[in-house]
Design a protein around this ligand. Structure first.
Ligand SMILES: Cc1cc2nc3c(=O)[nH]c(=O)nc-3n(C[C@H](O)[C@H](O)[C@H](O)COP(=O)(O)OP(=O)(O)OC[C@H]3O[C@@H](n4cnc5c(N)ncnc54)[C@H](O)[C@@H]3O)c2cc1C
Length: 502
């Protein structure tokens, strides 16, 4: 039932979890790596545009850092940004050595793409727009081939175990709902995003903010949850969840956003037009989508279906053609800037608990993420967390063994109609009142509605209760920030508050 082997537990198999597990194993430690679905189910696997890194001879970490800070709307931690951009090139070189294959030009040189708010082309990509799939394939091969890493798929972390002031393990549930208590000297959460708490999202079904709920119930601090990034160009097909993403790289390559009359409209909002920061483009798209329709026009791009094969296939699945059709678009919840607050080595505010990747708030994104910085953040900070946990293990910490409590035996009643209806209401409130544009009355209504759902959630529907816990935290954070900044837009407080700097 219980295991007292002092193996660290890594939760999640996106770029951050795969890398943290590999780093620990490469330092000589045994690791248990669990993921709640398969190795193919993660935001990482779906990443299209690529990974931003200052590797080109004409680029520099300082320039990448300046762009990251500019995009963050005043809230990025400059030290975290410096770590990200300075260590990024070495991590990507290691990634190449481990088997990652990025697109190259005819001379064999790495080919860098351009995305919004980057001052130069610095996005590495694979097979055009299949970067995430390539990364997952390459890193999965690495972890599956490493005898120090035990990989368990369809294995969900249900709850973290705490002794005194430390996290000392977790309750795992397999698909049959059988619990297992594992003792661990360190738990690294790499559980990804929260998109599925919203009605329209680009995130896959596994993105239900589990890591935030696990950490919060273990007492860890969550921060900056109000800063959410809505992607401006999800294909607008009502009722389809997740919404297919039309990568920003399409606009980087010259695609236009047009209204029902065929006129480009983003210049009305920002002189950078289609290459303005995501929050500005997303609001412009939402405005037009509501008044007659907003469309992505990539028909004039040469060989567009060969350059973007993944998007071409996604679009074709809905009877549309990238080369011949105007594509209806709407903004969709895409990325969470905030999360489990960490230090520069991924350490949370609770001993024994680390967080890396999208579920963490390292400070690199501030109020708004620069496009394609998240895969790099996953690599850089997972590496740091892996090394930090490795150092902890060198001291051979003792870990107690556990047996699951009776309540942990329950696989949950979340599939029932009542829990499903509760989640639908939560998604509706978050989307309407805690979405692209927020107001005091709307946020107050959302807070009350979510509190009511939390009181009445069916007993046993613990995964729904976890999601409601986080929905309440997001609404609270959004209500508490009485200004507009980055991914947080208040109609009633339209300007940023002046920031006091030392
Ligand atoms: C469509 C799309 C396109 C994107 N394109 C780009 C891009 O081009 N460039 C870029 O930088 N970023 C992009 N992003 C964002 C980026 O993909 C993510 O921020 C990043 O991949 C997150 O990596 P991660 O390892 O933190 O989490 P994820 O890749 O989301 O992995 C989370 C893992 O945790 C597992 N998990 C969750 N809860 C539990 C639990 N309770 N128990 C066990 N396992 C659990 C999940 O199953 C999954 O394996 C994109 C995102 C999407 C959705």
């Amino acid at each position: 039932m219980s295991s007292a082997r002092a193996r660290p537990l890594v939760v999640g198999t996106g770029i951050a979890g795969l890398w943290a597990a590999w780093r620990l194993a490469s330092e000589g430690h045994d690791v248990l790596l669990v993921t709640k679905a398969t190795l193919q189910d993660s935001n990482t696997a779906w990443a299209q545009g690529g990974i931003a890194v200052a590797l080109d001879a004409a680029d520099s970490p300082a320039q990448h850092a300046a762009d990251t800070i500019a995009a963050s709307d005043g809230l990025a931690d400059p030290i975290a940004v410096e770590v990200l951009t300075r260590e990024g090139p070495d991590r990507v070189r290691e990634l190449l050595e481990l088997g990652a294959v990025f697109d190259r030009d005819a001379d064999g040189e790495l080919r860098f793409g351009l995305e919004a708010a980057h001052s130069r082309a610095r996005i590495l990509h694979a097979e055009g727009d299949r970067t995430g799939a390539m990364l997952v394939a390459a890193l999965s091969k690495v972890v599956l081939g490493n005898p120090r890493i035990e990989v368990r798929q369809h294995c969900r972390v249900r709850r973290l175990l705490r002794r005194g002031d430390r996290v000392v393990g977790a309750i795992l549930l397999n698909d049959a709902g059988e619990p297992e208590a594992v003792a661990a000297p360190a738990v690294i959460l790499a559980t990804g995003g929260c998109g599925q708490l919203f009605e329209i999202t680009t995130n896959p079904p596994v993105a239900t903010a589990d890591g935030w709920a696990l950490a919060h119930s273990a007492g860890a601090v969550l921060s900056h949850l109000e800063f959410l990034q809505f992607h401006p160009t999800a294909l607008h097909v009502p009722g389809v969840n997740p919404a297919p993403l039309l990568t920003e790289a399409l606009r980087g390559a010259g695609a236009w956003l047009v209204d029902a009359k065929g006129e480009r409209f983003v210049f009305d909002a920002d002189p950078r037009g289609e290459m303005a920061p995501r929050d500005i483009v997303a609001r412009a798209v939402a405005h037009r989508a509501y008044r007659g329709g907003a469309f992505l026009d990539a028909r004039h791009l040469p060989n567009v279906e060969q350059a973007f094969p993944g998007v071409a296939a996604l679009v074709a699945a809905h009877g549309l053609s990238l080369a011949h059709d105007l594509l209806p678009v709407a903004p969709a919840m895409h990325y969470a800037m905030g999360g489990i607050r960490t230090d520069l080595a991924g350490g949370s505010t609770v001993a024994g608990l680390w967080a890396v990747g999208e579920c963490a708030n390292t400070g690199v994104h501030g109020a708004n993420r620069l496009a394609s910085n998240s895969l790099l953040e996953g690599l850089v900070f997972a590496d740091r967390a892996g090394r930090a946990v490795g150092e902890l293990l060198a001291g051979s910490p003792k870990v107690p063994s556990f047996a699951p409590a009776p309540t942990d035996w329950d696989a949950g009643t979340d599939a029932g109609p009542i829990a499903t209806a509760f989640r639908a209401r939560m998604r509706s409130f978050l989307t309407r009142e805690v979405g692209l544009v927020r107001t005091e009355p709307g946020l107050a209504e959302a807070e009350l509605a979510i509190a009511d759902l939390r009181r009445r959630v069916p007993s046993g529907a613990w995964h729904t209760a976890d999601q409601l816990r986080i929905a309440a935290e997001i609404a609270r954070a959004a209500r508490g920030r009485r200004e507009s900044r980055g991914g947080h837009r208040r109609a009633d407080f339209p300007n940023p508050k002046p920031r006091i700097t030392a």
